[in-house]
Design a protein around this ligand. Structure first.
Ligand code: KG4
Length: 326
């Protein structure tokens, strides 16, 4: 069978990324132009600044992705941009570029859901991984447990009722003066602390999550006890957040009788969370290669491939959908 080359394009937040993927599984190139140093001084992503920087970067990043893969535009089979969820102005840059490119080179366009992309990061890490499995999707904008029934068939079993898990990491980090992006900084500091501080957990009958209660508790503790050991506070926060995730995953495994659990999204880079999931008994656990946890276009190209093979096609009327769901 002929090889299929997809061009993944990702600009949903603060990374401009383009990648060339072969048959959904092999990375021929993966270029990421991060804006983290630009947004760091504001303590978070400024949407308008993100859009402007995507515009400045997109052609350069695409050119480099093709050069690294050693191919020309005409050798591509399909152009697969992220069209949601994310910041609308940021999404529109990658999407508009992809639409113009697909028209110019006369190759199909297939819009990709960013959440599907995060799940697909695992197909690039493990050549043997195939659905069905349970996915714990944990990123800056999403937290959900998904039953991945097939490559393009999903059932959301539970999701956050308030903050996304990454959002909670970032807000806690900002309050305890660690800066942006908070997740990796909490991860590092927590390794020097002990999880000795008691924090609240919110439970639901179903598989939903809540992270705002624990986030507020950490913030209040920090304000009321200025000399609190920040490393212990971060370690305690991480421990409780991980317990919340694992309790729900165990419920989901019981409910579906599926024993394969796949982690996805930026927070799946967390050292403590990765270790805790690997310690789960009688469970086969997969997690993306560290460089594929946070936003990249390799995952978009992989998800794009599976959508393309399933017959999905987008046309030039495709618009960005900031709150796109699975
Ligand atoms: O998946 P992602 O790159 O963007 C979205 O699609 O939302 O996730 C970004 C989130 C941020 O909240 C960041 O703080 C968090 O992932 N993150 C981490 C770690 N690395 C990134 N959180 C905890 N520990 C980490 N090591």
């Amino acid at each position: 069978m002929k090889d299929i080359l997809t061009l993944g394009i990702e600009s949903s937040c603060d990374e401009t990324a383009v990648a060339v993927i072969k048959n959904g599984r092999e990375i021929l190139s993966n270029v990421i132009d991060t804006q983290i140093p630009i947004h760091e001084k504001y303590g978070g992503v400024v949407p308008e600044i993100a859009s402007r920087n995507h515009i400045e970067a997109i052609s350069r990043v695409t050119k480099k992705a093709l050069e690294d893969a050693g191919i020309t535009f005409n050798e591509l089979d399909v152009v697969t941009p992220t069209y949601g969820p994310g910041l609308v102005g940021a999404l529109l840059v990658g999407l508009s570029y992809a639409k113009a490119l697909s028209f110019a080179i006369n190759k199909p366009l297939v819009g990709v859901n960013h959440i599907e992309g995060h799940i697909a990061a695992n197909y690039l890490t493990y050549s043997e991984l195939k659905p069905p499995f349970l996915c714990v999707m944990m990123s800056g904008g999403n937290t959900q447990i998904v039953h991945v029934k097939d490559y393009c068939e999903f059932e959301v079993l539970g999701k956050t009722r308030d903050d996304a898990i990454g959002e909670a990491f970032d807000k806690v980090a900002r309050v305890v003066d660690l800066g942006y992006p908070g997740g990796p900084k909490i991860d590092k500091l927590a390794q020097k602390g002990k999880p000795t501080i008691e924090l609240p957990k919110t439970h639901f009958e179903n598989l939903d999550f809540s992270f705002s209660g624990i986030k507020t508790a950490v913030i209040n503790l920090h304000h009321k006890t200025p000399d609190i050991n920040r490393a212990d506070l971060c370690a305690s926060f991480q421990k409780v957040v991980t317990e919340i995730l694992i309790e729900n995953v165990e419920k989901a495994m019981k409910m579906t009788n599926i024993k394969t659990v796949v982690l996805a999204g930026g927070v799946s880079a967390n050292t403590y969370i990765r270790k805790s999931f690997l310690d789960l008994k009688d469970t086969k656990v997969y997690m993306p290669d560290l460089k594929l946890c946070t936003d990249n276009a390799a995952m978009t190209g992989s998800a794009g491939y599976y959508n393309y093979m399933a017959g999905k096609r987008s046309d030039l009327s495709l618009n960005a959908i900031p709150n796109l769901q699975l």
